[in-house]
Design a protein around this ligand. Structure first.
Ligand code: MIG
Length: 633
């Protein structure tokens, strides 16, 4: 059962779709203090677990660390961090009783989950207003279903978005894209999408195309389509401040950009240099921005990824000026060590600073609000601009759209990717752990940069990562500018990659139908073992295996130089290894097993009595035969 508690005068974050009556705060099941800030506290019994918080570092069980909901352009997804790109304010407290909490507030929320004191959790909302929702139920899965009904059905992308996708910051010329396409096709590597990063734009201006690189963009898009490849351009939040650039001029003339305290346009620097930040919280501005996507959809584009929408700020015009003044003062004299650190801090503190987030304002449909109080819905509302426009213009399930920053509610119109990870083995595991957590919060279409964004990838790392990626709805290989090439044909043993990618296409009918069912039924696609086997002590602590759908369990290898791994089976299962067209099957009993998995094999466990369909391999979803399926199990 769900209850809503209203504290103060909360803003409408667009998170929920069902209006509930307010319950009196005296009925709130945890200790809560209101006033200048809201504080919720509860005790943690030794075996209590806490699930949720969506996109975050650390375990599936979030207990024992302190997290902050604060959408952050944070490239270091290390254990010491408190925030990543999404703000997903939902937890399930799972002990003898199970209770979930959703804090609907668009500003910062702090989650001290047994950090300051191991047996106490304290949630702090530094605001006098929020909607608090509590959900109780018999099982975590049931609680999630109730919560997901409250927040509305999850986004379903077009079918082809379940194909394999290749991306790289740095593909710039038509030839770069054609090479990627041709190298996949000639090596028998399936592919459905190639991503266009900021390099395709004219001077990083949203909704423009560099005509020097793409003299006839429409023909180029059509040519790619003729090869069953969708091109997916990036859109950044900031609009280049340049007179004569129509998007900027229109935004400026209509007052659609965020302003400083005096009402002047807030100026900050991102890739294009100084930009205006569209005020996505303002309905007119949001609709206007949504219509800009037409510039590209008119040319045949049918998918986008929205970036830098936390919003990421390299600097503000004001902040830069202050830093420059400080530096020029320091340069007048010889500096001592403190002067040196002062100089360093002046520069290092420029990006994503709280001072800047506190110094600009939104016109939230008539209400002037400071950005820092609504920070966590900015990216979600940017993506809402796009998804609302796409739905109106093209209908449902026609456009691929996903975002870097997000808030609960954005899951109805779009997916997310997990941002700038590293080519680290530990990030395969982090990828796995985030999947159930974001599913709880409604995000079903999601995935990490396979192979890792930053740093240099190796062939074995990519293969092992793809062996998890074959199961994630968004299956995209992406990397940063200047890192080692990591397309599936770059490592010599291309056949191994063909074997693994073929498995993705064999599994698409299963992945797609499971995905659809989970969207329809407000269910999780990936679940911790603990959700399905509540009385199994071992299962309750497994964090490197997941239940997938109602039929399967996955347990990928995530360590270097391993030819196998230990896996815990909660019940008898069929251990399946898939590789190209090959399927090997072995029945295993409940308990702990060591299983061997070669670099070109995808391990999968199917519960006794269940079967899953396999298609014949194909080089794109367009060529995939979704009838005549073979069943294994
Ligand atoms: O400041 O567009 O997360 O996927 O390749 C970096 C360049 C901006 C961050 C995104 C990443 C993308 C990159 N972007």
């Amino acid at each position: 059962m769900i209850k809503r508690f209203k504290i103060g005068e909360p803003l409408d974050t667009n998170a929920v779709v069902e209006q509930l009556d307010n319950s009196p705060i005296s009925e709130f099941p945890l200790s809560v203090k209101t006033g200048e800030k809201i504080e919720i506290t509860f005790n943690l019994a030794p075996d209590d677990k806490i699930y949720g918080l969506g996109e975050a570092v650390r375990g599936i069980n979030k207990r024992g660390w302190i997290y902050e909901s604060w959408c952050s352009d944070e490239i270091n997804h290390t254990e010491d961090k408190r925030s990543l790109y999404g703000a997903h304010n939902f937890i399930i407290i799972s002990g003898e009783k199970k209770l979930a909490l959703f804090v609907d507030n668009p500003g910062k929320v702090e989650w001290d989950l047994g950090y300051t004191s191991a047996d106490t959790a304290k949630i702090t909302v530094p605001s006098n207003s929020a909607y608090l929702y509590t959900v109780d139920g018999e099982t975590e899965r049931d609680i999630v279903r109730q919560f997901r009904k409250l927040i509305g059905k999850s986004y379903i992308p077009p079918f082809w978005a379940f194909g394999y996708q290749q991306s790289c910051w740095g593909y710039a010329t038509e030839d770069d894209f054609r090479n990627v396409r041709d190298n996949h096709r000639k090596n028998n590597l399936p592919l459905d999408c190639i991503y266009m990063d900021i390099d395709y734009m004219d001077s990083f201006k949203d909704f423009t195309i560099n005509r020097g690189l793409f003299p006839d963009f429409k023909s180029f898009v059509d040519d790619m389509k003729a090869h069953n490849i969708h091109l997916i351009p990036i859109i950044d939040a900031g609009v280049k401040n340049e007179k004569g650039y129509s998007v900027y001029d229109e935004g400026h003339d209509n007052g659609y950009f965020c302003t400083d305290k005096d009402g002047n346009e807030f100026e900050c620097g991102v890739w294009p240099g100084i930009v205006g930040l569209p005020d996505f919280l303002n309905t007119n501005a949001r609709r206007w921005f949504g219509r800009q996507y037409k510039a590209l959809t008119d040319l045949g584009i049918d998918g986008f990824w929205n970036d830098m929408n936390e919003p990421a700020l390299f600097y503000s015009a004001d902040g830069l000026k202050k830093a420059q003044e400080k530096l020029s003062k320091l340069s007048e004299k010889e500096i001592d060590i403190w002067g040196f650190f002062g100089m360093k801090d002046a520069v290092m503190g420029l990006s994503n600073s709280m001072d800047d987030y506190s110094s600009f304002y939104h016109d939230f449909d008539g209400k002037k609000v400071c950005h820092k109080d609504v920070h966590n819905i900015y990216g979600a509302f940017m993506t809402r601009a796009a998804s609302d426009y796409f739905e109106e213009e093209f209908g449902k399930e026609k456009m691929l759209i996903f975002s870097r920053a997000s808030y609960i509610g954005a899951h109805r119109g779009s997916g997310i990717w997990f941002g700038d990870n590293f080519s680290w083995w530990s990030h395969i595991l982090l990828n796995l752990k985030m999947l159930p957590s974001v599913n709880m919060c409604g995000f079903l279409y999601c995935g990490a940069d396979l192979g890792g964004f930053a740093n240099n990838c190796t062939g074995d790392l990519l293969l092992r990562w793809l062996q998890l990626g074959v199961f994630t709805p968004l299956m995209r290989n992406h990397r940063a500018l200047g890192t080692r090439a990591q397309e599936a044909y770059q490592f010599g043993n291309t056949e191994d990659f063909a074997d693994v990618l073929a498995v993705r296409y064999r599994l698409i009918p299963y992945i797609y139908s499971t995905f659809r069912r989970c969207s329809d039924e407000n269910d999780m696609m990936f679940r911790p073992l603990a959700f399905d086997y509540p009385n199994d002590k071992i299962a309750s602590e497994v964090e490197d295996q997941l239940m997938l759908g109602d039929e399967c369990m996955i347990a990928p290898i995530y360590e270097q130089n391993k030819n196998g791994r230990t896996v815990y089976l909660t019940e008898p299962m069929t251990f399946v290894k898939l590789s190209g067209e090959n399927v090997t099957i072995e029945k295993l009993g409940k308990g702990i097993h060591y299983v061997e998995v070669a670099l070109n094999e995808v391990p999968l466990f199917i519960k006794d009595g269940k079967k899953i369909p396999l298609a014949k391999p194909a080089l794109s979803t367009a060529e995939l035969n979704t009838e005549n399926l073979e069943y294994i199990g």
